[in-house]
Design a protein around this ligand. Structure first.
Ligand SMILES: [Zn+2]
Length: 386
């Protein structure tokens, strides 16, 4: 047997139990044992003695468009490899390649590329597709081009699912659009995560949509009808609905730190999913970049369209986790819930999001400041901080 890795003397953190000091034995991409003083023979050893390292399940980013110069909508295998390779540097071991509102054939080209795509051994795993738009509201467009927004279609989606070889796991939709409720019902039945987003729905419309299957909210606060005390909107709705987990872009650009604190108080860690919504400029220098045919100006204050609208982020999951800790002072276990376990649960991935025997060996070593020291994908060390 080859590819055995023994990690010892690290603090093992899961979402549901107290962190504990221990060892993890990995073979052939799987976690075989978690315990104390394991002495299994391995080809590779990582000893955390004297280093105070934490071991987390690898981060899962359910909403990311691009990084390192590449974008999902480039619709090339090379772009997907580039993204998958770059993401391991920030502790991401799995992600949903996220499409955006574009012409139908452009979306279809991206789906076809993903259908054929297979990751190399040194990459984060492309876990599926998050289709963001085109079934969204022009009233809450943000950086999604209004010209390509259309009404939800169960038939068109079925064709897209087929094109993608059943890799579409999540869709962002505005339920108030004509046909929205029937669409949500059908997709929920198919096991696709239906996420309310880019939506101008009222509280009552949110309530109806959740009753038929909405289970997530796309980038909370951003591009959704805001809270008003006489009209609680999408924000009020998704904060109150227990069945809905909310995505948060914790970069302090897309939400004020205290808005993040508000969500944490209302939803708890079990109701929050940290995402980046990153675009291709992540990891590159400030300057001008393309997002779906629009020029995006990237500076220290974020990624903006010429009209000033936010156009995705350049946030890393590593920074999102640090920011969440800084603003809420939440526990390490709660950080694991928000950065990995909740996403795995939404995606019904029964072998990810947890450090336990039988689970995939997607784990990351962090220092006490939550800097990523090493990333291990499917049992292979794919990133080490220099
Ligand atoms: Zn997005």
């Amino acid at each position: 047997m080859s590819n055995r890795l023994l990690i010892s003397n690290v603090t093992i953190v899961n979402d549901t139990d107290l962190p504990f000091k221990g060892d993890v034995f990995i073979a052939n991409g799987r976690i075989m044992k978690v315990g104390n003083e394991l002495f299994d023979q391995a080809e590779q050893y990582i000893d955390g003695k004297g280093k105070d390292w934490l071991l987390f399940p690898g981060y899962i980013d359910m909403h990311i468009h691009g990084s390192a110069g590449s974008d999902v909508m480039d619709a090339t295998e090379q772009a997907l490899h580039q993204m998958s390779r770059s993401l391991v540097q920030e502790g991401v071991t799995g992600f949903l390649a996220t499409t955006m509102t574009q012409a139908t054939d452009t979306i279809e080209q991206a789906l076809k590329t993903i259908a054929q795509f297979e990751n190399d051994g040194d990459e984060a795993t492309l876990l599926g597709v998050h289709v963001e738009g085109p079934y969204v509201s022009p009233k809450r467009a943000g950086a999604q081009p209004v010209d390509y927004m259309i009404l939800p279609s169960i038939e068109q989606f079925a064709y897209w699912q087929q094109l993608s070889h059943n890799r579409i796991k999540q869709i962002t939709v505005a339920p108030e659009l004509e046909g929205g409720i029937a669409f949500i019902k059908a997709l929920h039945k198919q096991g696709v995560i239906v996420s309310i987003g880019h939506s101008d729905a009222t509280f009552e419309e949110v309530d109806r949509a959740v009753a038929v299957g909405v289970r997530q909210a796309t980038h909370l606060y951003n591009q959704m009808r805001p809270f008003h005390h006489r009209n609680p909107g999408v924000v009020g709705g998704v904060l109150l609905e227990n069945a809905v987990k909310v995505e948060i872009i914790a970069d302090f650009v897309h939400c004020h730190p205290m808005s993040i604190q508000l969500a944490y108080r209302l939803k708890g860690a079990a109701g929050i999913i940290l995402i980046t919504d990153a675009m291709r400029a992540k990891g590159l220098q400030y300057g001008n970049y393309d997002l779906g045919g629009q020029t995006v100006h990237v500076t220290a204050s974020g990624a903006h369209l010429p009209n000033g609208a936010l156009a995705g982020s350049i946030l890393t999951m590593e920074q999102a986790v640090k920011n969440m800790k800084a603003v809420t002072n939440c526990s390490l276990s709660e950080l694991v819930a928000m950065s990995s376990a909740n996403a795995a649960q939404q995606l019904q991935l029964r072998s990810k999001g947890r450090i336990a025997a039988g689970f995939d060996a997607d784990v990351i070593l962090l220092d006490q400041q939550l800097n990523v020291e090493k990333t291990i994908c499917r049992g292979k060390v794919v990133f080490e901080k220099s």
